[in-house]
Write a protein that binds this ligand. Structure first.
Ligand code: G3D
Ligand code: MG
Length: 188
C-alpha cells in the first residue's frame, strides 16, 4: 500500500502567489531554486518571461501551496511590473550586498507592488550573496534601515550559494501571509 497522497486530496491551509522583485543578477532565481529544490542552481540563462515554480511547503502544522513567480526580464515598464504583482499575497524583494546600486532601486519595486496589491505590502527584504564577505558594500544596519523606511516587515541577509536563511526567509513570508489573511477574515 502506498503512503503517497494524491495532490488533489491534500489539505492545503492556503494557496499563495509570491513574486520575486529586484534588479538583474541579484540572485532571485538562485534563491527560488535553492528553496524549492535544496540545490544551488549554477545554470544562468538570460531568458525573457516569467517562471512559475509550484511548491508545497510544510510549515509547522500547515501545508501551503506556493506559486512562486520569477520574472526574468529586469528592465521592464512600470505597467508590467504592476501587472506582474497583481494577485500576489507577498513577495521577496532582493538586492545584492556587493552592489549598492541594487538597493537604490528597491523603492520602485515596492511602489509597483503597493500599486497592484495595496498599501500594506507583505514584502520581505533580502540582502543576498552574504557569502561574498570580502566584497560586501552594504552593512546589516543599512539593510535594516531600508526595510523600516519602506514599511517592510522584515530584513534578512541570505546566500543562495550556502543556503543561509533561504528556507527561513520564504517560510517566514508564508507564515506572515497566513497570519495576515486569517486575521483579516476575522472570527467565523
Ligand atoms: P537574478 O535571477 O536575480 O537575475 P540569478 O539572479 O539567480 O540568476 O543569479 C545571478 C548570479 O549571481 C549567478 O551567477 C548566480 O550564481 C550568482 N548568485 C546568486 N546568488 C548568489 C549568492 O548567494 N552567492 C554568490 N556567491 N553568488 C550568487 P552567474 O555567474 O551564473 O551569472
Ligand atoms: Mg532570474
Amino acid at each position: 500500500m502506498s503512503s503517497r497522497v494524491p495532490d488533489e486530496e491534500r489539505r492545503f491551509s492556503a494557496v499563495y502567489k509570491i513574486v520575486t522583485l529586484g534588479e538583474a543578477a541579484v540572485g532571485k532565481t538562485s534563491l527560488v531554486n535553492k528553496y524549492v529544490t535544496g540545490k544551488f542552481q549554477r545554470d544562468y540563462h538570460r531568458t525573457l518571461g516569467i517562471d512559475i515554480s509550484t511548491y508545497d511547503a510544510q510549515i509547522d502544522d500547515h501545508l501551503f501551496k506556493l506559486l512562486i513567480w520569477d520574472l526574468a526580464g529586469q528592465d521592464i515598464f512600470r505597467d508590467l511590473r504592476t501587472r506582474y504583482c497583481q494577485g500576489a499575497s507577498g513577495g521577496i524583494l532582493v538586492f545584492d550586498l556587493t552592489r549598492p546600486q541594487t538597493i537604490e532601486t528597491i523603492p520602485k519595486w515596492v511602489e509597483a507592488f503597493r500599486e497592484a496589491v495595496g498599501p500594506d505590502p507583505l514584502l520581505i527584504l533580502l540582502g543576498n550573496k552574504a557569502d561574498l564577505d570580502k566584497q560586501r558594500k552594504i552593512s546589516p544596519a543599512q539593510g535594516d534601515t531600508a526595510a523600516k523606511e519602506l514599511g517592510l516587515f522584515q530584513y534578512k541577509e541570505t546566500s543562495a550559494k550556502t543556503g543561509q536563511e533561504v528556507t527561513t526567509a520564504f517560510n517566514t513570508l508564508a507564515k506572515m501571509m497566513y497570519r495576515h489573511h486569517t486575521s483579516r477574515r476575522g472570527p467565523p
